[in-house]
Design a protein around this ligand. Sequence first.
Ligand code: SAM
Length: 189
Amino acid sequence: RIPRHEFVPVAYIGAAYEDRPLPIGESETISQPYIVAAMTAAARVNPGDKALEIGTGSGYQAAILAYLGAKVYSIERNFQLADSARARLARLGFETVEVTCGDGTEGHPAAAPYQIILVTAASPEIPAPLMEQLDDGGRLVIPVGDLSHQDLKLLFKHGGQVASRFLDPCQFVPLIGRYGWPEKRDRVH
Ligand code: SAM
């Protein structure tokens, strides 16, 4: 029900319904539909949930969360991607998504706490601000690992305790920011 061909560059419209990530410009990607589905299912969206997405990219994952009834705050560090996702989501009628440009590893304290936090880029560890901004009973879905391979994890916060479950192996583009990876030029290999 969410038209993925609206979220990919014209050159990739013919591949929009294949189960693979596709380039969206700025060296970034729209994620593989299987992974989007796995993250969405793990998040268990209830209508009215507040969801924070880190890594707006094309806006496709944000649109799915909004379609399922969440109020979505989505953060994208690349201002060109943020601008075009904001325009696309407005054109397609997803009024309950707010796109902000910034470092999502710091979360978005203004609207915390969140029942759902989805991180759609690869992180070396769980960014502490995101855990703090997760509501009691909240679900955090995040790929954690090195730059080439990660474990997709579901973290569930309950009564001050955090339970973690492995979901799938995955390969995401890096989460770059204060609590993620440094910029490529500053990385030590
Ligand atoms: N969820 C997106 C979609 O549905 O199209 C795909 C996300 S793409 C795999 C990862 C995105 O995370 C990129 O657009 C990248 O610019 C963004 N990103 C990386 N580090 C970030 C950070 N610290 N804060 C916000 N966005 C970040």
